[in-house]
Design a protein around this ligand. Structure first.
Ligand SMILES: Cc1cc2nc3c(=O)[nH]c(=O)nc-3n(C[C@H](O)[C@H](O)[C@H](O)COP(=O)(O)OP(=O)(O)OC[C@H]3O[C@@H](n4cnc5c(N)ncnc54)[C@H](O)[C@@H]3O)c2cc1C
Length: 481
């Protein structure tokens, strides 16, 4: 604690008053992110206003041997921005200037605290938008998106955040300000920017990001198809993709998720649906018209298809889907938002298996997902007030991730590993895989001060190579094919 107190005094001197939070009540504001069941009150908080603030703080942390954690808007769902009790939480939410919108080369340059949707709002008058659209896009920051490699409904066609970040200025864990990538599409040398995107705050802190902008489509058409079963909706999804159509989005909700959305936002989806699909096509008008008719035909098993007549109806279709996470609060006091990926074609089978797990444990699971790219978001419902329910929900949640691995998928599609899923990493990766990842982490951060305790099951520093590796040998045995 003495180290933190001394650091606080030093940072007040360097950053000026108002930038360093030490009051215990105020610190509580930052005790968790969107995954509220992990809580840690940070040692102190720095409200950074510029790159120099971040660099000075990281340098001071390095000199004092104190860990630091970056935080954007704190909407993360894997505990990535969970503070360190004896560390500094560096909050970038006041760094929210859009530095440049450059339609001539389809770029935007922004500070990390800029809210995702603000980029699109700034680019729209120029005929452009920012494609990755997490459902939290009204509140989450670009810095958080970069750290999590966030996705969204429209990432099926346009790719995840990593496909839309062409450059970044970062404060490396030793406090040095470094540029990765640039405005041009492909920088020579190792793809360090690619490594940084999705690194969950463990390789440094982004203080400026250069984004790719996408031209606004000439035409957008959206339909909502109601099916009796998730099997039928899953089969329609596969048929659409197999037909060579790549919609901007294909989203699915099952009956329980629909019930929750209706209770929360009265979206008016067709009654009695076992599953709804929202399919959106965008692009040149002639192409969209042609493909839309084919999609309607491929949804032939639906008992009702609604086609959005205008933007208002389109927004209503999306309202139910975009509100789905929060909506389950209407039908359950507590819930876990799970995030995993499976091959799209395995959707019907995996949904059956999730149903079996759910029934076996007596725990309800609502399913909402980016069906087009197999990214599941099972919402595991429980009541923390009922003894044993939280434990059963946790067991179901873990079993769902096991299913994702079994079917050749992943333990996270877009919410990151953070604190929450670090324990699942060994289920998906071998010890050698994890050690290889640690080598990369250590190349950026040999002292392990950047967001320690996240992503990896056992925090290890470079000198602490575990298990099979003897005699100070750091390199893992990598098979060469
Ligand atoms: C209702 C709801 C819906 C959501 N929907 C989606 C969705 O559709 N798709 C999706 O992908 N996610 C979704 N999320 C999760 C979340 O919004 C995203 O992960 C988002 O990118 C987090 O941004 P943030 O600014 O809140 O980051 P934070 O929660 O503050 O931080 C997230 C991680 O990023 C790191 N970090 C933050 N800023 C920086 C920086 N400048 N440099 C380096 N590291 C940094 C933190 O250390 C932490 O590890 C949703 C969340 C909610 C609550």
């Amino acid at each position: 604690m003495a180290a933190i107190d001394a650091l606080a005094e030093q940072l007040v001197d360097v950053l000026g008053p108002g930038r360093v939070v030490t009051d215990r009540q105020e610190l509580r504001t930052y005790e968790c992110d969107g995954l509220a069941h992990y809580k840690v009150i940070p040692g102190l908080v720095v409200l950074a206003s510029c790159t120099e603030d971040v660099a000075a703080t990281v340098q001071a942390c390095g000199a004092a041997g104190v860990p630091f954690v970056a935080r954007g808007s704190g909407t993360g769902l894997s505990g990535g921005a969970l503070p360190h009790a004896d560390g500094v939480l560096i909050v970038t939410s006041q760094m929210r200037r859009i530095l440049e919108i450059a339609p001539q080369d389809e770029r935007a340059v922004v500070e990390p605290g800029v809210i995702n949707l603000q980029v699109t709002k700034a680019a729209t008058p120029h005929g452009y938008y920012y494609a990755p659209d997490p459902s939290s896009q009204q509140i989450c920051s670009i810095g958080g998106n970069v750290a999590e490699n966030s996705g969204g409904a429209h990432c099926l066609k346009y790719g995840f955040t990593t496909n839309h970040v062409v450059g970044a200025q970062i404060v490396a864990p030793d406090g040095e300000v470094v540029r990765l990538g640039g405005r041009a599409p492909d920088a020579p040398g190792y793809d360090l920017l690619g490594a940084f995107v999705g690194s969950e705050g463990t390789l440094g802190i982004a203080t400026e990001v250069t984004l790719r902008l996408v031209r606004l489509p000439e035409s957008v058409r959206t339909l909502l198809a109601a099916f009796a079963t998730t099997d039928q909706a899953g089969a329609a999804t596969s048929a659409i993709i197999a037909a060579g159509v790549v919609p901007a989005a294909v989203e699915m909700m099952d009956a329980l998720a629909i019930e929750a959305a209706e209770a929360a936002v009265s979206c008016g989806y067709p009654e009695g649906a076992g599953a709804v699909l929202i399919v959106e096509l965008d692009g040149p008008a002639a192409e969209v018209e042609d493909q839309f008719d084919r999609v309607v035909a491929l949804c032939g098993a639906a008992f009702e298809i609604r086609i959005a007549a205008d933007d208002a109806e389109r927004a209503l279709f999306w309202k139910g889907r975009k509100s789905a996470f929060a909506a389950v609060g209407r039908i359950s006091p507590d819930y876990i938002v799970q995030d995993g990926v499976i091959p799209r074609t395995a959707l019907p089978e995996v949904l059956h298996r999730i149903g079996e797990v759910s029934r076996a444990h007596g725990v309800r699971v609502a399913n909402v997902f980016h069906a087009g790219d197999g990214n599941l978001h099972p919402l595991v419902l429980f009541d923390d007030g009922v003894e044993g329910e939280a434990g059963r929900a946790e067991a179901v949640s873990g079993a769902i991730l096991d299913l994702c691995i079994e079917y050749g998928g992943s333990i996270t599609g877009e919410h990151g590993v953070g604190m929450d899923k670090a324990k699942y990493m060994p289920r998906m990766f071998t010890d050698d895989d994890l050690q290889t990842m640690q080598l990369l982490r250590c190349a950026f951060d040999p002292r392990g001060l950047a967001n320690p305790g996240k992503v990896f099951p056992t925090p290890r520093l470079c000198g602490e190579v575990p298990g099979r590796h003897k005699g100070g040998q750091v390199a893992p045995e990598v098979e060469v094919f």
